[in-house]
Every structure is written in C-alpha cells, then in structure tokens.
Design a protein around this ligand. Sequence first.
Ligand code: SAH
Ligand code: SF4
Length: 426
Amino acid sequence: MNVYDGDRMAELLTDQGLSAAPEGDDADLVVLNTCHIREKAAEKVYSDIGRLRRDDGTAPLIAVAGCVAQAEGEEIMARAPSVRMVVGPQAYHRLPEMLADATHGKRVTDTDMPLETKFGALPSRRRSGPTAFLTVQEGCDKFCTYCVVPYTRGAEVSRPFADLVDEAQRLVEAGAREITLLGQNVNAWTGEDGKGRTIGLDGLIRALAALPDLARIRYTTSHPNDMTDALIAAHGEIDKLMPYLHLPVQSGNDRVLKAMNRSHSAESYLKVLEKVRAARPDIALSGDFIVGFPGESDAEFDDTLKIVGQVGYAQAFSFKYSPRPGTPAATMDDQIPADVMNERLQRLQDALNRDQMAFNQASVGKTCAILIERKGRHPGQWLGKSPWLQSVHFEGEAAIGDIVTVELTSAGPNSLGARLLQPSHA
Ligand code: SAH
Ligand code: SF4
C-alpha cells in the first residue's frame, strides 16, 4: 500500500511541475513514506533523515509521510529539525499546499483524517507498468491487540465502485496487464454496482474481469472472517482471478488467537482454506505469522508449527512480535524474551522455507502463462510471474508486458527456471 501511496504522491507532485530525481541524485525534495507496523520499520525513518544531510551540512526539503508520520508526527518534528513537512496517510492529497508553505520556510504538519477522501483530490492515473496496485479499501475496524493499523490508517472505508472501475480502466490504458487490489482488509470491501445493488469484493472482481485488456487480477490482504462463500466461489469461476490467496492466520493456537482478538480459531481458518481449495484445487496459499506474542508458551508456539504443517504454504511472511505504542498487547504481562522469539522465528521460517521449496519443486514440469515484468540479470533473460506468484526466469523472443507460455524446468527456493514454448498470447 505504501508503494501505491508513493506512486500517487509522485503523480500529484508531477502535476505541480516537479519531476522525479534519478536515484542517487541530489533531489530538492525527499518524501520519506514510512511504515509503523513494527518497530524496526518505524526506526528506519530517523536513520534515513540523518543520511539525507549533505557533506556541506545542507539538506533537501524533507517530508515524512505515512503511518510513522501519523503516529509520531510531533516527535518527528521535535527530534528532526530538518524535517519541514509531516503528512499522514489520509492527508497526502494536501501535499501541494504544504509544499508551498514549506518552501516559504514554514514547518507544517497535517495528520487529519478528513471526511473528504484523498482519492477524489488526486489526479487520474496516467502511467503504469505491466503490473499495478489499486487501493480499494483502507483502514481497519478489527483492532487486533498487537496492531497499529486501526490507529494510523483509521476506520474501514471502501472506495466507490465507479471510481475503482474508472481507475482500473485508466491503468489498463496506461499498460497494466495485471491489477492487484489492495486493502488492509481488502475482502471487507463493499459497494454498490452500476445498478444500485450491494456487492462485495467478488462483484468488484467480476466487473474488473470484464475489462478486455486486463489479463490478471489479484487481491491482498484478506481477513479470514471476511472470506465469504461468494468470494471463495469466485476463485473457481473467474479465470482472470489468479490462483493465489494471502490469508494471514498469525498463530495456530486458539488461546493466543483470542488474546490477539483475531475472532477466528485455528479450525475455522482451516475450514475456510478447505472451501477455497475445493473451489480452486491448484490455489497457492500464503499467510502471515507472529511469533512471541505476549504469554505465548512453547506448546502454544508448537500449534503454529502444526498449522503450518497442515496447510502447506506456497509462500509466507513471519515476524517477531513487536510491541507498538498505544496497542493493548504492548502493556500485557509476559512479554517474551528476544532469544526465545529468535529461536521460534528460526524454527518457523525453516518449516515455511521447506514448504515453499516443496511447492516450487512440485511445479516443475507444469506448463503455465507468465506475465513478463522486466529484463533478467543475464542478456536475453526475462523475469515474470507465474499464476501462483512465483518468480520465473527464461530466455527467448519476448517483451515486457507479454504473457507467454512456458514449461517450468527447474526450481529454487525463491524462483524457477523455464523454457519458452509459445512467444506471446494476449
Ligand atoms: N489486515 C491484515 C494484516 C495487515 S498488517 C490481517 O489482519 O491479516 C500485516 C502483518 O504484519 C500482519 O498480518 C501481522 O502478521 C504483522 N504485524 C502486525 N502488527 C504486528 C506487530 N505488532 N508485531 C509483529 N508483526 C505484526
Ligand atoms: Fe491489524 Fe489486520 Fe488486525 Fe486490522 S485485521 S487490526 S490490519 S492485523
């Protein structure tokens, strides 16, 4: 989502007459778009601000955007005098006015969550690579006890159907072949279609699938409780919806899930996956995990390893619990020592890596379509994604944005090799 927000800020500033500075160049303005989800991500901003100081002691105009700006705006202004603008994730459409003030020497902060949404104030999309992000939903009302998102991104809001179809259409006209729909709880998206009927994410996906030049649709990230039967059925019915689902579970233990306020159990999560696999047997599954939530015992952690064994993930993201200021879990008893967390994370990642390798190996010999995203490291080599979101490299006559047919011939932990069978099919 930060990539999406970053693109939108760049477009907005381009309309103000600014242009992107090449990497490594002395930019006049630097916008640091930040993440507050874990402490490590949040701390980065202060070291980045330090690094922007030039040898002669001067610094570019610095803006801090994103969720660290939202949560720690005042602290940033106090700790980092070189920062001139602080702007939250729901207010960045106001950057042009802030910039005007900042260039006149003012230091400005805007961490409002205005009723008017930023989306209405942003310029329409004009540029896109072969793959594009499209934020359809933002914010969260679920209040998991470890998580800052409900505080930094605010309440759950779904963007209107017509705006989304329009933005998708423009992205496709600009070259997007694949669109990934984004939201903190993207499957909680709801809206009214052109005929005034209330629809869910499955209805939005169906409408976007009707755009002729759009070849692939993905969505992330989902909450298990918002995985409706209609959305599950869509996985079996819409060819353009890719066979990949990111569905975080966080822990395999019900006591921990309850303490996390996840409002689902290990069993109800597995039930959802069972239904998804029935609808789309070849689906690749992915998830998020937190180890070392306050009070997590060895036996409770073992339940996380157990659920990993039961699911067989194609890919996954796992994190050490990070206490976030203002969240209920940060002040819970029994915070887990760092060495215990490290050991658990290592064991979990060993298991997840094994499963990812096994999934990749099981793909060898399959024929599939690849959307080419960029050139590879070697001359004549291309890099793209399989329907199951694996990185695939191969050589042959092709171009960025092509969808080609390949046979997968070799597997590594993070990518596969392939042989080009059929150059281009739209
Ligand atoms: N809405 C999604 C997750 C969004 S946050 C969901 O509920 O599934 C992305 C991931 O960051 C989460 O799934 C979780 O695994 C991780 N995360 C969030 N807060 C965290 C914290 N305080 N410490 C460690 N990991 C955290
Ligand atoms: Fe955070 Fe996701 Fe829980 Fe919302 S549902 S509070 S975004 S982890």
